[in-house]
Structure formats: C-alpha cells, structure tokens
Design a protein. Sequence first.
Length: 435
Amino acid sequence: MSHPILDRWLVRRMGWPEINDVPTRRQLFQWQMARLRETLFHARTHSPFYARLYGKTPIPDTLTTEEYARLPMITPDDLRRSPEQFLCVSQDEIARVVTLESSGTTGSPKRVFHTQEDLEATKDYFDWGMRPLVEPGQTALVLMPGGRPGGVGRLLMEALERTGARAVPHGVLEDARTGVNHLLEEGAACIVGSPPHVNMLTREWERRDLPKDMIRSVLFCWDEIPDAVCFNAKNAFGCTVFRHWGMIETGLGGAVECEHGRGMHLRETDVFVEIVDPETGNLLPDGRFGEVIVSTPMRRGMPLLRYRTGDRGRILTGECACGSPLRRLDPLITRMHGGVPLETGTLTLSTLGKALYALPGLWDFTAWFSKNTLHIQVCGDSACPADKVRTALTNIPTVQAALAGKTLKLAVKVRNTTTPAVPGLGKRRLLTTEP
Ligand SMILES: [Zn+2]
C-alpha cells in the first residue's frame, strides 16, 4: 500500500530516514513532546516573556501530553502587549513580520515574526499539501495577492513550482466576471481562495453555463467554510473540494484535508493542537468541542507555547480512510467571540452563512446588527429575491423566536452585482455597526 502524500511529508519533516516507517500516533506524540520540551528550554533561555512565564517551572525529562497541558496558556493580548518579547533570535534573523490589526482589548496590533526557516517550512508544507490538488503542468488560480515576499500567494507560487505545477495569483477578488475570465485565460485546474470569493466564482461559472470538467479541485482557506459553499463549488465545477485551516501566528499552514474530505489532517510537526474547556482550561478528549490551543514544536524565532486562538473546534475521533496518523480537525471551526447576543440566544455569522449560502442565486452577503435590526445585504441574481432571503432567516430558530417576541427586526436588501459584499480579504465578522 502506498502512503498518503502527507505521511511522506511528515516522515521527512520529522527527520526519519525511511519512507516505509510512518510513525504511529503514539510515536508522533512522543516526538512532539520531545520537540516541545526543547522549545520550552529554548524559549525561556532566549525570550524575556517566556523567561518570566516559565523561568521557575520544573520541566520533566520526559514530557507527557498531560504534563504539557498543565503549563500556563498564553493569549493574543500577550502577543499584542509585547510581541518583541517573544523573540528568541536577533531581529537580523527575521525574514518577515506580519502585523495583524487588533480586535482585542489592548487596541495595539499583534506582530508575528517569521524566520527564513519558518517560511521554508511553510513552503514545503504547501508543496506536499497541494499535490493531491494540482498535478505537474497544471495551474492553480490563487485569489490573493502574490507580490509580497513571504506572503501566502508568493509562498504558494514558489511551492508549486517545485513539482512543475503553477500558482497564478489573481489578487483579491473584486469582480466575479474578471475572476472567471482569469480562470479561463489561464486554463486553471484548481482554485485557492476564501469561501465567499470562491462562491462568487461558482455563481458566475453557472451563469455562463461553463463545463464541469475544467476545474479539478478547490482549496478553501482563510476564513470559516460553510458546508453550503463547499456544496455549491462541487456542484458548479464538478470538482473535489479540500478545506484548509491555518493562522498567521503559526505560519499559515495548519491543517488540510486529504482526498477523502473527512476532516483536516493537522500539520503535527509544526502545529501541536490541544482542545480545552475555555472556562476551566481542562484538556478535552477527542470528539468534544472546545477552544483550540496551538503550540509550535519546530519554531526557533518566535515560538508559541499553548497559545489560545479564540477559535472553537474539535479533533475528530477514529481514523481517516487514508490511514494517516495525522490527527484531524473538524472543518467546523468557528470563532468563540463575535456573535451578537439576541434575547433568544447568540446569533453568529456561521449560522447566517449556513442558512444563506444554500439559497440558489445567492452569491455573497454581509450582515450587521444595530438598533435591534439585523441588516442583511445580499449580492444575488434573479433566483434570489429578498422574500426568499427573509424566509431563510426566519427559519433560524434564534431569529424566529426574536421576531415572534418583537425584539428583532429584519432589513434585507438584494443587489444584483458581481462584486463581493465585503471588499478586501479581511476575515468576515458579524458587525455591530453599519459598515
Ligand atoms: Zn485522510
């Protein structure tokens, strides 16, 4: 039996010599704990932040996952307060700094430092992770900018070149018509993009009645991935869809699906994931939803140890049909904060996405909540009149109850347009002010 492509990447990244020797889950945990133990020593020796945090913590010779889970967690606010204090190498060794605008409590942005080694590792992961999607000689259209060295678009371009495939950056999608024109001009077999932007392309593809044998695969990334958007892409393009999860804090690539599409295999060598109860901080077993906590076993420049992502997710139980020892994240990853508290429960963008993207003729939408009114602005065609949007919203239990109790009003507007509902590539949020 041949090994899944990601297992071949795993064995190489672990520094194991033989491809026939794929680690068991237990061996992989032991390897991760040994690397994290080294990282703990490295971090508390070289970073002022970790010196304060872990300076006096006894670290056993052999670290178990349970012992590791007893270490304190760090938060995005720690990163905002003093990102330089996380650095374990000199600034000269930093190849790329990413500044993430703040949505947190301190008001200052997060800064994430990447070394050349980190960028190489991400490129290597992209190379192997994309092999099931794009064959040598094929082209992937990437709905992101490609000009910035070390940026996602550029790393994908460089990664795909290694196997003789090609990534063409389209830039941020501004119009579905030009996006589809670009797909056709390049003869692209694969699309990489955020769920709302890919959804815009699927609608334009259907509108032009284009064939179902050109696009072979879609990689969804960057933001939450509603099931309906996956379904729409499979339906319009006749392709296989792959879901990806990643964070800039952990070096972009975090987990990706294999061709079986049953959960995203973690990039275990570089991103160790724990799921904890957000209230108590206690470790939760596989299968249970909780807060996703990440650590970076291989990072030397700016390691993260037990970093609270603010994302809600879970590890799937059982084994994938591909047989890989890489654990799988449930693709249903949502943000823990950011919903709007209605009197009848919290309303989130995920709930709205689930209800709305399933509507025929709906291309994209944006939502905001102000003065007891939920405003929904839809980009849609004639198959998606406002009353259908209204009905879909009314079928959401929290919305239905709030409407019945007269504590909520709906304002729905449908625009017939081929431009996305929200400009740019920021992560989508349910706003509490008019955009
Ligand atoms: Zn698999």
